[in-house]
Design a protein around this ligand. Structure first.
Ligand code: PTJ
Length: 243
């Protein structure tokens, strides 16, 4: 029982939800460790959407809206933390939603697909094949889904699939609170923000940006600049951290 007046109430509720989702088998146990790492970076960010993250979120909307075959990749943590937000984003940008797991079992794939469907997501299913050039189970995907996508949104990713998708010529948008991660550094565009804050911002931008702004944002994508800004936004808080 978490008291509602606890200063870290919402963070504790999220943790309990993830632990419960791991007990059910939807979230991998390793996903709890990944969440802890994310929390640490979010703490440094001040648990807010920064200016540079907002630029990245608008740019992500522009890339998704102008793609010919955009795909949103969903893993256990993403489904547990943000299934309704995935549903809203899919409606706003028309992307295909496909489950792709590192700790893959058929049972987990079915549970995650079930949760997404219950939340209103149109899930891309069908026969998965080992199509991505990876030696682990993230290589499983659908030929007419992620394999043939031009733009892929990968929240809470591990670095090597991101690199593989880039090597395949795809535009990769990562959501990762760690601006130093291999994923963050190898993606075309990285959103350094918490997933449940990032997705609604992308959805909102989908309905707000003009064609001219889309063009401007896409022409000026600079992931190195956005990552260095994210690091600056974290470190500039340090002198005042004890205030
Ligand atoms: O469900 P599965 O089997 O596909 O496994 C999913 C996990 C998350 C376990 C797997 O992808 C993994 O091990 O990921 P990593 O390598 O730990 O990377 C996750 C990244 O996401 C880290 O850099 C974290 O900082 C970041 N992260 C964690 N929680 C959040 C986050 N970024 C945004 N929002 C979060 N809530």
């Amino acid at each position: 029982m978490i008291p509602a007046d606890h200063p870290r109430y919402s963070s504790l509720v999220t943790r309990e939800h993830l632990v419960e989702s791991a007990r059910k088998g939807l979230v991998a146990w390793e996903g709890l460790i990944a969440h802890g790492r994310g929390e640490a970076f979010d703490y440094l960010l001040g648990e807010r959407t920064t200016k540079s993250a907002l630029i990245a979120e608008k740019t992500a909307a522009a890339l998704l809206l102008t793609a010919s075959h955009p795909v949103i990749s969903v893993n256990g943590n993403t489904a547990a933390l943000a299934a309704p937000e995935i549903s809203h984003l899919q409606k706003a940008c028309g992307a295909c939603v496909e489950v792709n797991l590192f700790h893959r079992t058929e049972k987990r794939v079915e549970m995650i697909e079930g949760l997404l469907r219950d939340t209103g997501v149109e899930v891309h299913t069908g026969e998965a094949e080992r199509l991505l050039p990876l030696s682990h189970d993230r290589s499983w995907c659908r030929r007419d889904g992620m394999f043939s996508a031009d733009v892929v949104l990968v929240p809470l990713e591990d670095g090597d699939r991101c690199e593989a998708l880039i090597a395949m010529g795809k535009t990769v948008i990562a959501i990762d609170l760690n601006p130093l991660s291999r994923t963050a550094r190898s993606a075309t565009l990285t959103i350094v923000d918490e997933i449940s804050r990032a997705l609604p911002q992308i959805t909102k931008a989908c309905s707000e940006i003009s064609d001219a702004e889309k063009d401007r944002l896409i022409r000026s994508v600079d992931n190195c600049y956005l990552l260095s800004e994210a690091i600056r936004e974290m470190t500039m808080r340090f002198p005042n951290a004890m205030d």
